[in-house]
Design a protein around this ligand. Structure first.
Ligand SMILES: Cc1cc2nc3c(=O)[nH]c(=O)nc-3n(C[C@H](O)[C@H](O)[C@H](O)COP(=O)(O)OP(=O)(O)OC[C@H]3O[C@@H](n4cnc5c(N)ncnc54)[C@H](O)[C@@H]3O)c2cc1C
Ligand code: SF4
Ligand code: SF4
Length: 457
């Protein structure tokens, strides 16, 4: 980065308002609060409008945040909404829970706090006309099937429907939105927020067939016989990782994704007392904060490395700690014990060794040092991956994040007319959905499928 903050730089961010930790754990209401109009304008005015906007380059969907910040700084919230929605069909969700890849790239961060780019997206939508809809521009006679309606499928559907293709979505869940609506807790993202994004799509020609699991209810290739000229597969990462330790099948040991899905579907599994959550990622942190809101006495994250290596988004870890979640570092569960239900977790003490292939220091056991932690429940949150059993023989593989990888530049699979994508965050998944849709459009127009300008992230 060669851009240097110039002029009268304001290093301090206008603080993002939120509900106090002690108060917010008594409900699932959203914790972050909106800036006032005046606060939004003041915060946006901190942007120095860099000639080379590193923030835009860092955004996987190339959201033109420099422009929307300028518009907000001038009080033009309507203009800002137009700028945002042009690139972003999930702007309402991303304004609240994007992992804001743009912000660490912001040059103001060199001397102070980066501009609150994500939070200002929310402000723009709230104070401009965020409820405007996308309009159908023209109609073509070809139809495309989208398998899975998470952020990748939604974005692919948005691009293709706006280009006039008839889109049909096949979604196994009764909920649309994928992991966003099935698992992201409402205290970070209310279901109504996803509803705002969905309402903007209502004039496009997108048909929904829910409760259809492709691979079980019908085969991917059957979709061609049904008349679809191309298929996009965006099935996400719904196959949970399992911990192969004795006692992992004891009652009271939950799998994180299943646990979150059932809580947010209204079916609250019995939980209370001391809950140990195994893992150090965002899913573990979301479980730790969710169980607090379900009224448990203690929520303890067990992580085998240290805070520095923890993959969870820093802001979330801070929020969890403020709410009273305890984190024990350098411990790895080796057994769950209990007679009829889980009663304790036996942990091996760890220390950090040399770097591993992920570039982080590898945890190695400290011989002879074990601790036994009495617990009432355990939640295992050690990752999840795509379930490729439903879509065999397409030349697909799973990357280190568990995500389906087709051709990373064009999203083509080894079967003509079938494309695939997904991502480790909402905005990464959206980027692959857009890339795949661009490829599908070229394929349907009989053009060579070549990479689009936006590079894979
Ligand atoms: C607890 C949790 C919290 C998270 N928090 C954040 C966050 O704050 N910010 C962020 O950016 N990201 C977050 N993520 C990650 C984000 O949700 C995912 O990266 C994103 O949803 C991936 O999008 P996708 O479209 O690839 O897959 P998904 O969202 O998983 O969508 C795939 C869809 O396909 C459907 N499906 C699966 N198999 C089939 C089939 N065979 N037939 C038909 N339909 C099928 C599924 O039901 C699902 O609706 C979080 C994830 C979790 C689990
Ligand atoms: S948000 Fe930061 S990096 Fe982006 S244009 Fe403004 S000051 Fe520059
Ligand atoms: S979508 Fe996310 S990464 Fe992109 S500009 Fe918005 S907050 Fe930043």
């Amino acid at each position: 980065m060669d851009e240097k903050p110039r002029g009268r730089l304001k290093p301090d961010r206008v603080p993002i308002p939120s509900i106090k930790p002690a108060e917010r754990i008594s409900s699932f209401d959203e914790c972050l609060l909106l800036y006032t109009k005046e606060q939004a304008i003041e915060e946006a005015q901190r942007c120095i409008q860099c000639a080379r906007p590193w923030c835009v380059e860092a955004c996987p969907i190339d959201q033109d945040c420099r422009l929307y910040l300028k518009q907000i700084a001038e009080g033009d919230f309507e203009g800002a909404v137009g700028t945002i929605l042009k690139d972003n069909p999930m702007a309402s969700c991303l304004g609240k829970v994007c992992y804001s890849y743009c912000e660490p790239a912001c040059v103001i961060g060199k001397r102070g706090d980066p501009v609150a780019i994500r939070h200002l997206k929310w402000a723009a939508l709230a104070y401009g006309n965020g409820s405007r809809t996308y309009e159908l521009e023209w109609i073509r006679d070809k139809a495309v099937a989208i398998v899975g309606f998470g952020p990748a499928g939604l974005t692919a559907a948005w691009v293709l429907a706006r280009r006039g293709y008839a889109v049909t979505v096949f979604e196994s869940s009764h909920k649309l939105g994928g992991l966003v609506t099935q698992t992201i807790p409402p205290y970070r993202l209310s279901p109504e927020t996803f509803g705002e994004d969905m309402r903007r799509l209502e004039h496009l020609k997108i048909e929904f067939r829910q409760g259809v699991r492709v691979g079980d209810d019908l085969d991917v290739k059957d979709l061609f016989d049904m008349g679809y000229a191309a298929i996009f597969i965006g099935i996400g990462t719904h196959k949970p990782g399992t911990l192969n330790v004795p006692g992992n099948d004891l009652p009271g040991v939950y799998i994180a994704l299943d646990f979150l899905k059932s809580v947010f579907d209204g079916d609250r599994p019995p939980i209370g007392g001391t809950v140990a959550i195994i893992g150090g990622g965002d899913v573990a942190v979301d479980c730790s904060r969710t169980v607090l809101r379900l009224g448990v006495d203690k929520s303890i994250i067990l992580y085998r490395r240290t805070r520095d290596e923890m993959p969870a988004f820093d802001e979330e870890v801070e929020d969890a700690l403020a709410e009273g979640v305890e984190v024990r570092y350098l411990v790895s569960p080796i057994e769950f014990r209990g007679r009829d239900v889980v009663e304790s977790v036996v942990c091996q003490k760890m220390e950090l060794g040399p770097l591993d292939e992920s570039g982080r220091r590898r945890p190695v056991p400290v011989k002879g040092e074990e601790i036994v932690l009495p617990v009432d429940h355990v939640i295992v949150a050690i990752g999840q991956k795509a379930d490729l059993s439903v879509i065999p023989d397409m030349g697909l593989r799973i990357d280190k994040d568990g995500i389906v990888v087709a051709n990373p530049e064009t999203c083509e699979t080894s079967i003509e007319g079938i494309f695939a994508g997904g991502g480790r965050s909402i905005v990464h998944a959206m980027a692959t959905g857009r890339r795949a849709a661009e490829s599908i459009a070229k394929y349907l127009e009989g053009k060579a499928v070549t990479p689009t300008a936006a590079s894979p992230q």
